[in-house]
Design a protein around this ligand. Structure first.
Ligand SMILES: O=C(O)CCC(=O)C(=O)O
Ligand SMILES: [Fe+2]
Length: 207
């Protein structure tokens, strides 16, 4: 007789930590207001020989010279840290032990704004060595505004869904970008604006 075991369907252990209430409601509301004043841009991306608008708005702040190139076509040049973003960076470092040199903002205006399956593997974020160091390609992201589904999966495996709430923090630990992919899929549901601030390391720029 086949016996059911609690261990038939092992729960995936994901290389992420989710803090649903990293910011209080008031802190998250104030930060959302601050984000309205950031310099959002509509960038263009080159994919499969075509140039098209990135399906979200973006902004970048950080240390001087920490330019960020992704998908071999979108070059983001950081503006100097605002006081609010620098304070938030320091509080995430205090909570996680990870250090960051840039923050990239993503603004999803409607359900058609999205980011497809990818890993954040740009060489500017450092190379993940066999024994990952505390800074290699780690990122930590704050979510604000409307809740959107965030999915993460081992390469070739099944996705796990997270609903990233207003004021939450999601940390992707060292090694995550080598083994897993993540995305924020499009949705047909009517959703308001969501802002995501992703803090990242950078190996270049001025110290
Ligand atoms: O919006 C998010 O939660 C994820 C953004 C992201 O994956 C990225 O900027 O690389
Ligand atoms: Fe990402």
């Amino acid at each position: 007789m086949k016996q059911m075991s609690l261990f038939d369907e092992p729960t995936a252990v994901l290389p992420v930590t989710y803090y649903p209430e990293f910011l209080s409601k008031q802190e998250a509301d104030e930060l959302y207001q601050h984000c309205q004043e950031l310099q959002w841009q509509q960038n263009q991306i080159r994919m499969l020989g075509k140039t098209m608008p990135v399906p979200r708005l973006e902004c970048i702040y950080g240390d001087e010279g920490c330019d960020y190139l992704y998908s071999k076509s979108v070059l983001l040049k950081p503006l100097p840290w605002t006081g609010t973003l620098a304070k938030l960076r320091d509080s995430i470092t205090a909570a996680t032990g990870y250090s960051f040199r840039i923050v990239i903002g993503n603004q999803y205006r409607t359900g058609t704004d999205s980011i497809g399956w990818h890993a954040d593997k740009e060489s500017s974020m450092g190379i993940a060595p066999a024994m990952p160091s505390a800074t290699s390609r780690t990122n930590a992201s704050i979510s604000l505004g409307s809740v959107r589904k965030f999915q993460i999966k081992p390469i070739g495996g099944k996705p796990t869904d997270f609903w990233l709430e207003h004021g939450s923090l999601l940390v992707m630990h060292p090694g995550c970008q080598a083994t897993h992919l993540h995305q924020v899929p499009k949705t047909n549901k009517v959703v308001g604006t969501r802002i995501n601030l992703t803090f990242r390391p950078h190996v270049g720029g001025k110290r």
